[in-house]
Design a protein around this ligand. Structure first.
Ligand code: ZN
Ligand code: MN
Length: 147
């Protein structure tokens, strides 16, 4: 096992323990994959990848593991108005660009300055801002080329 994987496993163990959840090989495999990719996979995509490591794992277990990771703060669930969802193993502040043709989601570094957030907040009178989500929607380079 590589040093990075051992680090991941410790992070997972303590986060699960802190929310009263058990460490399982299934949860570990799902977490390993999510932290190793920036493709923001759907649950189906996580299932297809993880079952090459753990052939016995079911789609239902993958779903439950993903929700457990989200509950522990180790992953973020990105939900969309068409009812689809993608999962992000990156939990530090960042933003996304989403292709409305193929659904691919890419990370965008940086964000709004505190001054820009404050300027928006003052337009929502009396609103207390706890966070924000910025998503660019459009067409990815691959889809633009194919069109
Ligand atoms: Zn696309
Ligand atoms: Mn992301």
């Amino acid at each position: 096992m590589q040093a990075q994987e051992i680090g991941h496993e410790q992070v997972l163990r303590s986060a699960l323990e802190a929310s009263g959840q058990r460490f399982t090989e299934q949860r570990a495999a799902v977490y390993r994959y999510l932290s190793s990719t920036d493709v923001h996979p759907t649950a189906d995509e996580v299932f297809l990848t993880v079952r090459t490591d753990l052939p016995g794992i079911s789609l239902a277990t993958v779903y439950k593991s993903l929700e457990t990771l989200v509950g522990c703060g180790l992953a973020v669930k990105l939900t969309y108005s068409d009812g689809s969802a993608r999962y992000d193993g990156r939990t530090d502040p960042h933003h996304h660009a989403r292709c409305t043709t193929c659904g691919i989601v890419m990370d965008i570094e940086g964000g709004l300055s505190p001054e820009q957030v404050e300027a928006l907040r003052t337009r929502a009178d009396g609103f207390r801002v706890m966070g924000y989500r910025l998503e660019l929607s459009g067409v990815c380079a691959g889809c633009a080329e194919a069109a």
